[in-house]
Design a protein around this ligand. Structure first.
Ligand code: GH3
Ligand code: MG
Ligand code: MG
Ligand code: MG
Length: 317
């Protein structure tokens, strides 16, 4: 029992340490007009190892939030000269959802309804002064943990577990937005569908695990080439990948896809002493007008079919 207690105590220490180390990744904003109150709040948060930025007014806070997009939590006073904390909370909520930025109100007001007003305006929490440091820290910890969990779930929801690259959901959610941005800027844009050739044969010959390694290998190759661009790659099917190439006309996109095809065919995967040669086929289309994103991807799929039909290991546009 003693050993077990000792273990769980160690676990708790470990968890606490990890939480503190994790806190370094979160930036918090303290909004408070009184300098001594502000300094003591900042020092409370710094003891929790958070990154802290400060604002003296609501206006300053909004400017900071606009410029520093990595602020996770705002701790705001209520009574301030230009804009009160309640109004600041309402304005923050016009732009930031509660799962992206937490807002905690803090005030010495005698109005016991103030906390409800804050919460209705979109605050995540409210604490009356004088506050108990320990309690305030615990509340902040809870909110930050919830925020971290949302981010973790979001990552999982938008990425493919096997290859680690964006998944179908992300590709088809974000693709149309990127195309829209591109067209608004008057830029060219292309989309492509990539499919591994005879992948079923690879699975049948080397086994399903080897097939998985091939998928990871191809995804890595594609990401490496995409690195220099600002495009998007997603695993949209079993052994199919979607590519979005903003700012590339027909010629540039064709060049990119051809280089990608060569990258893969020139880089056989060596697995357990065996060399597995891999090729891909690519269907490429230019995004010209205002069709639905899905239609462009379908057109790319048609081109992909032509590339397969023409003998595989090629780009068809
Ligand atoms: P083609 O050149 O015409 O594309 O032929 P293919 O064999 O690549 O195409 P087909 O669609 O017949 O086979 C795709 C295979 O991909 C079938 C499926 O078992 C396999 N597959 C899909 N997802 C995974 C995965 O996550 N891991 C592995 N190992 N195989 C997968
Ligand atoms: Mg004040
Ligand atoms: Mg396929
Ligand atoms: Mg295939």
């Amino acid at each position: 029992y003693i050993i077990k207690d000792h273990d769980s105590a160690l676990d708790m220490v470990q968890a606490a340490v990890e939480r503190l180390i994790g806190n370094r990744y979160f930036k918090l904003l303290v909004v408070e007009d009184g300098s001594s109150a502000r300094h003591s709040l900042v020092s409370v948060l710094k003891r929790q190892r958070f990154q802290v930025v400060e604002a003296k007014t609501g206006k300053e806070a909004l400017e900071l939030l606009e410029r520093q997009t990595d602020i996770s939590l705002v701790l705001t006073d209520h009574y301030m000269p230009d804009m009160d904390g309640y109004e600041l909370t309402r304005r923050i909520r016009r732009t930031f959802k509660s799962e992206d930025v937490c807002v905690i109100g803090i005030s010495s007001s005698a109005d016991r309804l103030l906390s409800a007003r804050f919460l209705k305006a979109g605050a995540s929490d409210f604490v009356y002064r004088p506050y108990v440091v320990e309690e305030l820290q615990c509340r902040i910890d809870l909110h930050i943990q919830a925020l971290a969990k949302v981010r973790q779930l979001r990552m999982a929801a938008f990425h493919d577990y096997l290859t680690g690259i964006p998944n179908r959901r992300y590709f088809y959610d974000e693709g149309p937005n990127l195309v829209e941005k591109c067209l608004l800027k008057g830029q060219d844009c292309s989309v492509a569908m990539v499919d591994i050739d005879h992948f079923k044969r690879i699975n049948d010959t080397y086994g399903h695990n080897a097939g998985d390694e091939v998928l990871k290998h191809v995804a890595k190759r594609m990401m490496a080439r995409m690195d220099q661009q600002s495009g998007l790659i997603g695993r949209v099917g079993g052994e199919e990948f979607g590519i979005l190439l903003p700012g590339m006309d027909d010629e540039k996109a064709l060049e990119f896809c051809e280089a990608l095809r060569q990258d893969v065919s020139n880089d056989a995967l060596v697995l357990g002493g065996q060399e597995i040669s891999i090729t891909i086929s690519i269907g490429l289309v230019d995004v010209g007008g205002r069709e639905y994103f899905h239609n462009y991807m379908n057109a790319a799929d048609q081109c992909l079919y032509m590339a397969k039909y023409a003998g595989r290991n090629r780009v068809y546009s």
